[in-house]
Design a protein around this ligand. Structure first.
Ligand code: AMP
Length: 379
């Protein structure tokens, strides 16, 4: 029997899941997304859309009526509503519940003996001062919920910043974490299907600016030892998390080459966009295979690839000129967003070493050149 797929969120991730779903014609009969932006990215390529907020109970119920299986592109879904639905939801609302709250996520990981930076819950300003005494500076004060792209973090480097940092969060539930002086940020895209089969993609290297992912390099330029350790940590993480689907596991490599998990995203992940061209199975198809209980696809990296995000420039909000690019081995993906906003993810391009003759520094140099061509400018 074919499934009607529902996706909470129809931005770029929902759009790329939709594209993969449209190719799984034997498994999926129709695709509906729930998104507040009319004619969202996924709707533009043929998904049906319910216009509504991701947390709107009535809108979620409507999505559930039209779906046999529901998945999501955002982690801020309403787990109370989701757990009441009759439709199948993957990853499961209980997995989402653990991950959604950064404190419960870190607690869960450390209870399962997975490596994370030292952390504490924070309940008051005095409590924060006390915990900083234990951890030492610098630390990161983090909002436990509804934070993404680093927007819920405040780095405290000196004791006179403590009060300002605490006030910044204006009463939100908080946690504090020892600052990791990392050598590199890396991630593993990992999948687990409903039958318990697990597959991990090769380790990639991520370069952030202002907390937003700018570049992913596949594979990461690290030792075999680090690759092995990160792979084992990712597999163990997938074993202890119950839900099915693709997860993005972000990690730090510290100065002693130790791996620490920074954060898990219970969804397809920006650092997995390279798989669209670099790997035998894209993360989007893999996600669908996982939630539908199909055999997982090969995660083999066939070509070295550098992925660059195209972000809306600062100081401009509005419609922008179409972006085009034709170059061998370069794959531009625009997300169809009508409006550019500062630092908004508008598209990405993958530079793929199709001939297997280039090294990463050459691909990075090409990325620099292409960045000057695919700029976002007012219409
Ligand atoms: P997050 O939204 O918590 O994933 O954090 C966004 C970015 O903040 C990460 O990609 C890191 O660059 C940085 N970050 C988060 N936690 C830490 C930490 N404990 N130590 C150092 N940098 C961190």
């Amino acid at each position: 029997m074919k499934n009607r797929l529902g996706i909470i969120g129809g931005g770029q991730l929902g759009m790329m899941i939709t594209e993969a779903a449209q190719n799984l014609t034997d498994e999926i009969s129709e695709i509906t997304v729930l998104d507040p932006t009319e004619n969202c990215s996924a709707a533009q390529i043929g998904a049906k859309q319910i216009v509504g907020d991701f947390k709107d109970e009535l809108a979620i119920l409507k999505l559930a009526e039209q779906s046999d299986i529901i998945t999501y592109e955002i982690e801020s879904g309403n787990t109370d509503v989701l757990s009441k639905l009759k439709a199948k939801i993957e990853p499961s609302p209980s997995t989402l519940g653990i991950i959604q709250d950064k404190l419960s996520q870190k607690t869960f990981l450390s209870e399962n003996e997975l490596p994370v930076s030292e952390f504490y819950e924070i309940t008051s300003l005095d409590d924060l001062r006390e915990k900083i005494n234990e951890l030492g500076l610098p630390v990161l004060l983090k909002s436990r919920r509804d934070a993404y792209d680093g927007r819920g973090n405040f780095k405290i480097t000196s004791s006179d910043e403590i009060e300002k940092a605490y006030q910044y969060f204006d009463g939100k539930s908080l946690m504090v974490e020892k600052f990791v002086n990392f050598k590199m940020e890396v991630s593993v895209i990992a999948a687990r299907n409903t039958k318990g089969e697990i597959a991990t993609y090769p380790l990639v290297e991520n370069i952030h600016e202002n907390n937003i992912l700018k570049i992913t390099i596949a594979p990461a330029r690290v030792s075999q030892n680090i690759i092995r350790n990160a792979g084992e940590i990712a597999k163990k993480t997938m074993q202890v998390l119950n839900g099915a689907g693709v997860f993005g596991i972000e990690m730090f490599v510290d100065q002693d080459d130790k791996i620490l998990i920074n954060e898990i995203a219970p969804r397809v992940h920006n650092s997995g966009h390279h798989t669209l061209q670099s790997c035998k199975t894209s993360q989007f198809e893999q996600h669908l295979r996982a939630i539908l209980g199909l055999k997982l696809g090969s995660t083999e990296l066939v070509h070295k690839t550098v992925m660059c995000n195209i972000l809306g420039p600062d100081g401009f909000e509005g419609k922008y000129k179409p972006v085009e690019l034709e170059k061998d081995g370069v794959y531009l993906k625009m997300y169809g967003k009508e409006i550019s906003k500062p630092q908004r993810k508008i598209g990405h391009f993958n530079i793929v070493d199709l001939s297997d003759t280039k090294d990463v520094s050459e691909l990075l140099q090409m990325a620099d050149e292409i960045k000057n061509i695919v700029t976002i400018s007012p219409l």
